[in-house]
Design a protein around this ligand. Structure first.
Ligand SMILES: NC(=O)c1ccc[n+]([C@@H]2O[C@H](COP(=O)([O-])OP(=O)(O)OC[C@H]3O[C@@H](n4cnc5c(N)ncnc54)[C@H](O)[C@@H]3O)[C@@H](O)[C@H]2O)c1
Length: 115
């Protein structure tokens, strides 16, 4: 039995390198997946390649309503949301951070939340 059997995992930026890897990893552990990305075609290809129950919704994660729609989709399709891999994003010019700010709180590149 996989470590995420029965859990629902949401992954943004799922069609890219890290997101795709996360999707495959969570699928192998028995999770049901809600996948999102800007690239609708790549998202559909990924979902078709996974041996897992999936729901997909393409869009720009900068649009706040997409986040709400993704949570709603998880709950409507799978009845729950357990983990959010907040992977889609752009690294801002963190190199301009002052040293003390960096030491206090380095920028978070990818956040994974257990909900
Ligand atoms: N790969 C690394 O070594 C590395 C290191 C540090 C941080 N990161 C961060 O991890 C995340 C993923 O990295 P990656 O290497 O898989 O990148 P990637 O470019 O391979 O994949 C990113 C995916 O996110 C999607 N995407 C981009 N902007 C989006 C938006 N506004 N809304 C929805 N989807 C969007 C793209 O279509 C793409 O499929 C990025 O935030 C990146 O900055 C990556």
């Amino acid at each position: 039995m996989g470590r995420f059997e029965g859990a629902t995992v949401l992954i943004t930026g799922a069609a890219g390198g890290l997101g795709r890897g996360a999707a495959k990893g969570f699928a192998a552990e028995g999770a049901r997946l809600v996948l999102s990305d800007l690239n609708e075609e790549a998202l559909a290809d990924l979902a078709g390649s996974l041996e897992a129950e999936t729901a997909i919704l393409a869009g720009n994660i900068a649009d706040e309503s997409l986040s709400e729609s993704l949570v709603r989709l998880a709950v409507e399709k799978f009845g729950r949301l357990d983990v959010a891999v907040n992977n889609a994003g752009i690294v801002q010019s963190f190199v301009r951070l002052p040293q003390d700010a960096w030491e206090q709180a380095p920028p978070l590149f990818v956040s994974v939340q257990r909900i």
